[in-house]
Design a protein around this ligand. Structure first.
Ligand code: CAA
Length: 266
């Protein structure tokens, strides 16, 4: 999702620094941003040539190389609280005035904010594919100044997104509902209620979903969905227990679109 988030900020006119964990990931990250922008350009979605947007992009492989006057940092690292905390701790020291936004799908924003100087951590939850989906879910915890919320809203709206504001609670509004449906679809597949194709077609044509819940799980990533489900199960109870089929597929490396195989072959 990081590449999509970089894409939309570049397209909205910002200068962006993409920070990755090492040089290999930095190369892949930069290539993903370029591919996303080229696709949007081919579809006539960019007001400026992709090449001029890319000229505003810097790529670094060290958080210590972020510009110190950075106004907004959006983290999109894997859904592990220790990792996100480590990133925010490093960034808070490097960029003293930045608003720190997390693209987490489910983790507590208050827990991510704990111990960091200044009340400036907010949830800024984007949706796949980021350039296409019109929503940003702002996740707000007690003690966050209205000024930070207003600033984050202004930025999200400058990207052309519609904002919903949600209280910090497990899975917020969108992941809680989206994961509930996704897990139930996987349980239905385990119980041989219908094929993956037919479960998805049911929700597409019967409910008007743009894609069915299983294909959507492939798009999001089975590993991502599993992490969210495990977290929600600890906070909201066994109704979010992950089906065995999901665990087995993740263990086999069938992660969805990004690995070429999930509930469908890509
Ligand atoms: N940049 C800009 N625009 C793009 C683009 C890109 N890279 N790729 C596609 N588009 C545009 C297309 O030009 C098209 O626009 P128009 O309708 O104006 O022509 C539009 O997006 C749709 O593209 P397509 O016709 O190629 O594709 P589609 O109609 O098959 O739709 C889809 C594809 C947008 C993915 C659609 O199936 C969809 O909305 N699926 C549901 C996605 C969803 O639910 N996402 C949320 C997942 S949950 C999540 O992400 C949060 C989390 O915490 C994990």
């Amino acid at each position: 999702m990081g590449a999509g988030i970089v894409h939309v900020f570049l397209a909205a006119g910002s200068a962006v620094t993409l920070a990755e964990a090492d040089a290999d990931r930095a190369r892949v990250g930069a290539a993903n941003v370029e591919a996303s922008l080229r696709k949007a350009e081919e579809r006539g979605k960019l007001a400026e040539p992709a090449a001029s947007l890319l000229a505003r992009l810097s790529v670094v492989d060290d958080l210590g190389a972020l510009p110190t006057d950075t106004a907004l940092v959006v983290e999109a690292v894997p859904e592990k609280i220790e990792l996100k905390l480590a990133v925010f701790t490093a960034v808070a020291a490097r960029c003293p005035d930045a608003v720190l936004a997390s693209n987490t799908s489910s983790l507590s924003i208050a827990e991510l904010a704990k111990g960091l100087p200044g009340a400036r951590v907010i949830g800024m939850h984007f949706f796949n594919p980021v350039p296409v989906q019109a929503l940003v879910e702002l996740v707000v915890h007690d003690g966050l100044p209205d000024r930070v919320v207003a600033t984050a809203r202004r930025w999200a709206e400058a990207l052309g997104k519609t904002v919903i504001e949600v209280r910090d609670s497990p899975g917020f509004a969108t992941s809680r509902l989206g994961v509930a449906v996704g897990l139930e679809a996987i349980r239905m597949l385990e119980e041989r209620v219908a094929s993956a194709e037919d479960i998805d077609t049911g929700m597409r044509l019967g409910y008007g979903w743009p894609m069915g819940p299983l294909r959507l799980t492939d798009l999001v990533g089975l590993d991502v969905r599993l992490s969210i489900a495990d977290h929600l199960a600890t906070r909201l109870g066994p109704r979010f227990n992950a089906p065995q089929l999901l665990r087995d597929k993740v263990a086999r490396g069938e992660l969805g679109r990004k690995s070429g195989q999930g509930f469908f072959t890509w």
